[in-house]
Design a protein around this ligand. Structure first.
Ligand code: SF4
Length: 171
């Protein structure tokens, strides 16, 4: 991750909670499970530091307003998801792609590799669900500031990226 990609103009004061969003698009949501497992060990520290504004796995009332850091899992398979991701990007100071589906579009985007005959078999489903002709990775749609590779994401790398993002947001 480049240091330049994490620089922000207005650093948060040390006492301000960092507003977090966690968003799942087309995927098996295993990164969400890994994140909640990590939370078992970090909840005491995170609840003082983070304000989870939007995280469906953690609460039913979610707000998409100004975010400091948005974490995105999953590939982008429909126009609806594309618009949602753009909205998240507009409202977030930092955007982190987590897991292979978000970073490279696979394995969620396996239909991109289908031959003509295979594609013909799924055309009706693509039309029925208003899916994009090709599944996109997150960076095909918006600027990504950092990523956490793995399928699912690598916990140690996730914690390292979270720590870097926090430091940069705090200036
Ligand atoms: S990257 Fe792998 S583990 Fe993560 S959501 Fe995609 S398929 Fe699931």
């Amino acid at each position: 991750m480049s240091q330049d990609s994490l620089k922000i103009e207005n650093a948060l004061p040390a006492f301000a909670k960092i507003k977090i969003g966690w968003f799942s698009f087309s995927c098996c949501e295993d990164n969400t499970i890994v994140m909640t497992e990590i939370m078992n060990d970090h909840w005491e520290e995170w609840k003082k530091m983070f304000d989870f504004r939007h995280a469906r796995v953690l609460k039913s009332h979610n707000v998409l307003d100004e975010l400091d850091a948005a974490f995105i899992e999953g590939a982008i398979a429909s126009s609806e998801q594309e618009h949602m991701l753009k909205e998240v990007r507009e409202k977030s100071k930092k955007l982190v792609a987590v897991g292979s589906c978000a970073i490279v579009g696979m394995p969620a985007g396996q239909r991109n590799t289908f031959n003509e005959a295979q594609q013909a078999e799924i055309d009706f489903l693509v039309a029925r669900f208003g899916a994009l002709p090709k599944v996109l990775k997150v960076s095909d749609v918006v600027k990504v500031d950092a990523d956490v590779p793995g399928c699912p994401m690598e916990p140690a790398k996730f914690l390292e990226v979270v720590s870097t993002v926090v430091k940069e947001l705090r200036g």
